[in-house]
Design a protein around this ligand. Structure first.
Ligand SMILES: NC(=O)c1ccc[n+]([C@@H]2O[C@H](COP(=O)([O-])OP(=O)(O)OC[C@H]3O[C@@H](n4cnc5c(N)ncnc54)[C@H](O)[C@@H]3O)[C@@H](O)[C@H]2O)c1
Ligand SMILES: O=P(O)(O)OC[C@H](O)CO
Length: 343
């Protein structure tokens, strides 16, 4: 059997945490995986040094995952084509706004028979509809693509605190390969077929997290936040049923990618944190993203805008009052109190 060559596309907070897991896991199956894991890193200078040099020399991503040693077999590569050349297993872990451009540049570089998995939490909204990132990656690169999503705040995973995650994969064989790539004692993977539900949950929960942050900013307490989580879950499910029909399974909402991720993201996530600060300081979201996240990217506000655009096109905005209210607070100057008044 020829060895699988693993490549990670992305090196932010989650990309770095997952690189630690993958770098260690490939050693567990030396007959299946090549020992070197290449990671494409969006190059930037940190105190006069290239981030890729820092990762390769010091084995730490000092900007996006400070204080966590990375396995020495994870090799940072600044050139995208060099990074993915001849890869057979490609892991996409990027903020969703960058995915399409990156995929276009990767065309023709992968090994025949390559497979991908998307760890991206977001949706591609086009004039003709919504597309999952697994579908977008498959379409551009002409390879199958699974999805991984769960209640997984990167810093906690990187510090090996126990959690679960869900892989959605149609092929049983590929599902087993991905399980080997990601599963550890502290990062417990369940593989299901419903890759659509896995990705919808991961994308839409970010809008709900922004709503939860508004509630925290107003100091409304636990009961209100629980109500926002419940209302958000109902809208997530309705969005899936309305636009993806039978492709989304009800049971998926009970996997780590569903309710569990909603709970964690509404408690400890970045979307929640920035939304809380938005209410407390009145500063624009973009400014808070810069001030609070040190280069990490918010996904929830952008997704709220994209989903709003899509629902407007379908004339269905009022049917998703929580999504709509989050959008109006961020983009139309509605009062944060609308998060309990209008949902
Ligand atoms: N951080 C988490 O806790 C977490 C957990 C689970 C899933 N996710 C999801 O994983 C995905 C990636 O998130 P992350 O936390 O790794 O990233 P991040 O928020 O840390 O984003 C920063 C990354 O974007 C890169 N970047 C900046 N400008 C770029 C450009 N023009 N082109 C390409 N890349 C550029 C940066 O170099 C950096 O690697 C997101 O969809 C996120 O929702 C994140
Ligand atoms: O920090 P957030 O809000 O992007 O959420 C991080 C993860 O998605 C939680 O599972």
């Amino acid at each position: 059997m020829s060895l699988e060559h693993v490549c990670i596309i992305g090196s932010g907070n989650w990309g770095s945490a997952i690189a630690k897991i993958i770098g260690n896991n490939v050693h567990k199956y030396p007959q299946q995986f090549s020992p070197t894991v290449r990671q494409w890193v969006f190059e930037e200078m940190i105190d006069g040094k290239k981030l890729t040099d820092i990762i390769n020399n010091d084995h730490e991503n000092v900007k996006y995952l400070k204080g966590v040693p990375l396995p020495v077999n994870v090799v940072a590569v600044p050139d995208l084509v060099d990074a993915c050349k001849d890869a057979t297993l490609v892991i996409f872990v990027l903020p969703h706004q960058f995915v399409r451009g990156i995929c276009e540049k990767m065309k023709g570089s992968l090994s025949p028979g390559a497979r991908a998995i998307s760890l991206i939490k977001g949706l591609e909204i086009t004039p003709s509809g919504t597309r999952l990132f697994s579908e977008e990656i498959s379409r551009i690169l002409d390879i199958p693509c699974a999805a991984l999503s769960g209640a997984n705040i990167a810093d906690e995973v990187a510090r090996e605190r126990f959690c679960e995650s869900t892989i959605g994969c149609e092929s049983v064989e590929d599902g087993q390969v991905w399980h080997r790539v990601f599963h550890t004692d502290y990062f417990r993977i369940n593989v299901i077929k419903d890759y659509t539900g896995v990705q919808l949950c991961g994308a839409l929960k970010n809008i709900v997290a922004v709503g939860a942050g508004f509630s925290d900013g107003l100091g409304l307490g636990s009961n209100t936040k629980a109500a926002i989580i419940r209302l958000g879950l109902m809208e997530m499910r309705k969005f899936g049923q309305t636009f993806f029909g039978d492709m989304v399974q009800n049971e998926t909402f009970f996997e780590s990618c569903g309710t569990a991720d909603l709970i964690t993201t509404c408690s400890g996530g970045r979307n929640r944190k920035v939304a809380e600060a938005f209410v407390k300081t009145g500063k624009p979201i973009a400014q808070l993203e810069t001030e609070l996240l040190n280069g990490q990217k918010l996904q929830g506000t952008l997704t709220a805008q994209e989903v709003h655009e899509f629902l407007t096109g379908k004339d269905m905005v009022p049917e998703f009052p929580l999504f709509d209210t989050v959008y109006r607070i961020v983009y139309e100057g509605a009062s944060p109190e609308a998060i309990v008044r209008d949902v």
